[in-house]
Design a protein around this ligand. Structure first.
Ligand SMILES: Nc1nc2c(ncn2[C@@H]2O[C@H](COP(=O)(O)OP(=O)(O)OP(=O)(O)O)[C@@H](O)[C@H]2O)c(=O)[nH]1
Ligand SMILES: [Mg+2]
Length: 421
């Protein structure tokens, strides 16, 4: 499925240069709505600024932005319009091609034309009238013969941007709107203060599992896709208590899991070294945290979700509480990296939390956003607070689980007393 990823949207935000958060709403998608200029104009005319994106059969992704309305009748001036390239042959190669001549003839909106950029649409005319799908792609009947006529291609051309053809698997048009931050946070906001940070640190550091169960520590399992941020979360928490950024667990990027001390590719068997055949409560997991990369929530493959679902069923059978640690929130909305306390004011964040909660079938209050330390060299108070809040929540869930076990044990003891009486 071809669709804009979060990082591609972020790249487009940067090019548009808006100071506000932008919201993308999909208006038109040829694989869904059919490829016809009539449908395009019905769905996209007079909707304000839009981004048109094409995904070609060589895995190149490119398109154009206009800050003015599409309409069915005229050539339009738009000084803010640009064409762009995101990927070439499956590799990221972002490049922006600004409109020339102060935006004269930027957009061509005739009724028989799909999205068209340049005088007569000839810098990039995507299609005219209608195009039928052929196999898995659309042989678009537009043209890009004068690419560079109205837009500054900066030395690039039809071949280096579009592989010299207009055979695409999809074409999308998104409406782009500035998004106001919420006036009020979407959860009860907290006081982001040093006092809170200290309190949270104390609470977490002095945590003791419920007495009466003979437990020394809470056991929390972090589960997640390769590169989701499990090691980074561990390092973030560790850093907070050490008072400086630490990298005890190796974090980084690798195709296969970087952390292999426990190799998840090899199924655990009862014969494995260290396998405890009759686990006591202190060997068992008390809470599971699914670590989910917030910036790829849109594009998580079905298989991953299926595996998570399968795990959830087993955990539900054992009554193990489940939580999501939603990492990389700074990639959902870059301004969060300047000040993590904005997290509860961002509509995009709320949307992401809602989506994850829905997909995982968990209450929204079980989805905890965190920003891990990644490039930072110094600790930051609000980053610490958000991470500590999540850890404190995890410990609350551990307590819930242990309370239930304690009840069960007490019930069993009562039964035994009854029997021996
Ligand atoms: N921007 C940003 N990057 C992050 C965040 N958390 C983790 N990363 C980066 O994501 C990459 C992968 O993170 P890891 O912590 O190694 O992921 P992991 O889940 O332990 O992955 P494996 O051990 O390979 O399964 C690293 O380059 C981190 O720096 C975050 O909150 N924000
Ligand atoms: Mg790791």
């Amino acid at each position: 499925m071809s669709t804009l990823t979060q990082s591609q949207k972020n790249q487009i935000y940067k090019w548009i240069g808006s100071l506000k958060m932008l919201k993308f709403t999909l208006l038109y998608k040829i694989s869904r709505d059919g490829c016809s200029s009539k449908t395009f104009h019905t769905l996209c005319d007079n909707k304000g600024p839009t981004v048109t994106v094409l995904y070609n059969t060589d895995n190149s992704v490119y398109g154009g932005y206009t800050a003015v309305n599409w309409n069915s009748s005229k050539v339009t001036y738009d000084a803010k319009a640009f064409l762009f390239k995101l990927d070439y042959n499956g590799c990221e190669q972002p490049n922006i091609f600004p409109v020339k001549n102060n935006g004269t003839n930027a957009i061509f909106g005739a009724s028989g034309y799909g999205p068209s950029f340049g005088a007569d649409g000839s810098d990039l005319c995507c299609f005219t009238d209608s195009v039928n799908k052929s196999g898995t792609s659309f042989p678009l009947n537009g043209n890009a013969s004068k690419l560079g006529h109205t837009y500054d291609l900066k030395g690039e051309n039809y071949f280096s941007v579009m592989n010299g053809h207009l055979q695409v698997v999809d074409l999308e048009v998104y409406r782009v709107e500035e998004q106001e931050l919420f006036q009020k946070p979407w959860v009860r906001d907290i006081e982001w203060s040093q006092q809170l940070e200290e309190d949270l640190k104390d609470k977490v550091a002095s945590y003791k599992p419920l007495p009466g169960l003979d437990l020394q520590q809470a056991r929390i399992l972090l589960v997640g896709q390769v590169g989701a941020g499990k090691s980074s979360y561990f390092n973030t928490i560790n850093s907070i208590f050490r008072g400086h950024i630490s990298a005890q667990a190796n974090a980084g990027s690798a195709e296969h899991s970087l952390t292999t001390a426990f190799n998840p590719a090899v199924p655990l068997s009862p014969d494995a070294l260290g396998f405890v055949k009759k686990p006591t409560l202190s060997d068992k997991i008390h809470c599971v945290a699914f670590v989910v990369d917030g910036s790829t929530v849109d594009v998580s493959p079905e298989k991953v979700l299926e595996r998570i679902k399968a795990m959830q069923i087993r955990m539900n059978q054992r009554g193990i509480p489940q939580v999501v640690l939603l990492t990389k929130i700074d990639k959902i909305w870059e301004e969060i990296s300047d000040d993590v306390s904005k997290v509860y004011f961002s509509p995009a964040m709320k949307e992401c939390v809602d989506k994850v909660a829905m997909v995982m079938g968990l209450p929204r209050s079980h989805v905890l956003p965190v920003k891990n330390y990644e490039f930072e060299v110094e600790l930051d108070q609000n980053t610490n607070i958000l991470a500590l809040l999540s850890l404190r929540r995890l410990l609350h869930f551990v307590d819930d689980f242990l309370y239930n076990r304690l009840d069960e044990i007490e019930d069993q003891q009562i039964q035994r007393v009854h029997i021996s009486e």
